[in-house]
Write a protein that binds this ligand. Structure first.
Ligand code: ZN
Length: 87
């Protein structure tokens, strides 16, 4: 195998490991501090945004991240009002 490719792969491994560590630490803080505070906020309506390929993705109105859940934002703890009709 080419030496450059091996080097590149090691670099990618390093970056992804660092990313996972950072992610774990972030998750810890989010679960311990951010989520409990966010839970206390009044539930608000989830926003939907057009993304590529004609699909719509949910957007948290509070932190503008994709919440990964339609009940509560996984980043800021904001809860959402359940919509009766799913368009
Ligand atoms: Zn959020």
């Amino acid at each position: 195998m080419n030496k450059d490719i091996i080097k590149m792969r090691k670099g990618i491994d390093k970056i992804s490991k660092r990313f996972l560590m950072k992610n774990k630490i972030n998750r810890f803080f989010i679960d311990k501090f951010v989520m409990p505070i966010g839970k206390k906020r009044k539930p608000i309506k989830l926003e939907w945004e057009n993304s590529y390929r004609n699909s719509i993705i949910p957007i948290c109105p509070h932190c503008k991240e994709m919440p990964y859940s339609i009940e509560q934002c996984q980043f800021c703890g904001q809860r959402f009002i359940k919509e009766a009709n799913n368009e």
